[in-house]
Write a protein that binds this ligand. Structure first.
Ligand code: GLY
Ligand code: MN
Ligand code: MN
Length: 460
């Protein structure tokens, strides 16, 4: 059976054009401080085409479908210190590549692989120093033109091909993402229950206690890393969009916003829940929460094959804007109707981020957000807040197999313009949506979002 990785390599080779050669390095190792590295994470493009997670490796694919892996050679001493290496002898059988060499042969072999080819494809602006390395190999090839060898004369960005391939997730990817989302959902349940239980016991609860629950659940179920730095924000900290779990106290009567997801076998999940620290919403917290939840339902309803990437955002914005008017955060006398609020972006002080991003191997996954090949038709318009002229581009048409987050929120900083009861409340609800022909599958709903369900989950 051909592996998914071999299928992807073949699909890529078919797009390189005659005389095309694709070069894909994995990620470098990075020192953290003396003798201690950051945990190693492979490059997503490289992994997509190989399933191989060792550092110091390169993949080269030629238009005829041949693939060459460069990897760390077997080395008993290094393997005693750092762990077993696959090695180039075992690589073709293990990974299905046509041939493999030691990475120490990279310069010599790449020069040969580039001879008499026309186009070098590599990921632009993603790997520091890669352009200089490629220049070096091309210089070597050019030095031999007098012997009758020809040198590639064009360079193309491999991201343009791989980003499109990665945008639609195949069955293997969908299955891995479902499993990642399920682990993360259970981690959120665990953190919610711990918060209420510790407060009921009269303990001094800190944000890091809840982060520890997340990390325990991730690792306990085989996740290799968090997909991004976990946000555990107690009380007013929830209004800081990129807050990280810290030492702040988790207090009775306040909300906690947790935005955390694990990475499993190379794929990210990304979930946010906002819940009362002690398990019971207050009136104003519930009022604001219901607006965000309704806006998320509206975004879910707008997500299906054939819709546009911006549709869930527009749907969420309308519900949030109406909610801000209903709750007196915006006033009809000053801000007009919901259409006026949308037109003038009056919601912006409370909702300053977008509702979605692609999700996949990277938490903010690759893929164009505008529909390729579709022309701008609408005239340029001045942004109501900045006055900068913006040329709207038609957003991406959704297809079955694409995965995006749906993550509306409201963040209320103290201001004489808004009722004090809402000050310092920050709420976001985020789920991971797999686009289907008729709607979307929310892969992350093993943790509830409804007020009554959250309260029931957190009750004693
Ligand atoms: N956790 C990052 C995001 O929600 O986009
Ligand atoms: Mn998130
Ligand atoms: Mn997100």
């Amino acid at each position: 059976m051909t592996s998914i990785y071999a299928q992807r390599r073949a699909a890529l080779a078919a797009q390189l054009g005659a005389g095309g050669v694709a070069i894909i390095p994995t990620a470098p190792e990075r020192a953290r401080n003396r003798d201690s590295d950051f945990p190693y994470r492979h490059d997503s493009y490289f992994y997509y085409l190989t399933g191989f997670t060792e550092p110091n490796a390169w993949l080269v694919i030629t238009a005829n479908g041949h693939s060459t892996l460069f990897c760390q050679p077997k080395d008993l001493e290094r393997e005693i210190w750092d762990g077993i290496r696959l090695g180039p002898v075992a690589a073709p059988a293990a990974l299905g590549v046509t041939q493999a060499h030691s990475v120490s042969e990279l310069d010599k072999e790449l020069t040969k692989l580039l001879e008499n080819q026309t186009t070098v494809w590599f990921p632009f602006a993603t790997h520091e120093g890669l352009t200089a390395q490629i220049d070096g190999w091309l210089t070597q090839v050019r030095a031999r033109v007098r012997t009758g060898v020809s040198c590639p004369s064009s360079q193309q960005d491999l991201c343009t091909l791989l980003d499109e391939m990665r945008l639609v997730k195949d069955n293997h990817e969908q299955d891995t993402m479902r499993r990642a989302a399920r682990i993360s959902a259970h981690a959120h349940v665990r953190a919610m229950q711990t918060s209420a239980r510790m407060l009921r016991a009269g303990l001094d609860v800190r944000e890091y206690h809840l982060e520890a629950e997340l990390l325990h659940e991730f690792r306990q179920h085989g996740s290799q890393f968090p997909a991004y730095t976990s946000i555990v924000a107690a009380g007013a900290n929830a209004c800081v969009l990129h807050y990280r779990a810290d030492t702040a106290a988790v207090r009775n009567g306040e909300l906690v916003l947790i935005d955390a997801g694990c990475e499993l076998d190379g794929y990210a999940s990304d979930i946010t829940r906002t819940f009362p620290a002690n398990g019971k919403f207050t009136g104003p917290q519930k009022d604001l929460y219901q607006v965000v939840l309704a806006s998320q339902y509206a975004s879910v309803a707008a997500t299906q094959a054939g819709a546009r990437f911006n549709d869930p955002h527009e749907a969420a914005l309308r519900v949030l804007s109406q909610g801000l008017l209903d709750l007196g955060m915006l006033t009809p006398t000053k801000h007009g109707s919901v259409d006026d609020v949308l037109e003038k972006k009056a919601y912006f002080p409370f909702y300053m981020h977008r509702t979605s991003h692609w999700l996949g191997m990277d938490v903010h996954d690759c893929g164009s957000y505008v529909e390729p090949g579709e022309a701008n038709t609408a005239p340029a318009k001045a942004d109501p807040l900045t006055g900068v002229m913006v040329q709207p581009r038609p957003s991406r048409v959704l297809h079955a197999g694409m995965v995006l987050t749906l993550e509306p929120g409201l963040y209320v900083r103290p201001s004489n313009e808004v009722p004090e009861a809402f000050w310092n409340i920050g709420i976001r609800i985020e789920d991971d949506a797999l686009v289907t022909a008729t709607g979307c599958e929310l892969m992350s709903r093993d943790v509830p979002v409804e007020v009554a369900e959250i309260e029931a989950l957190m009750a004693g």
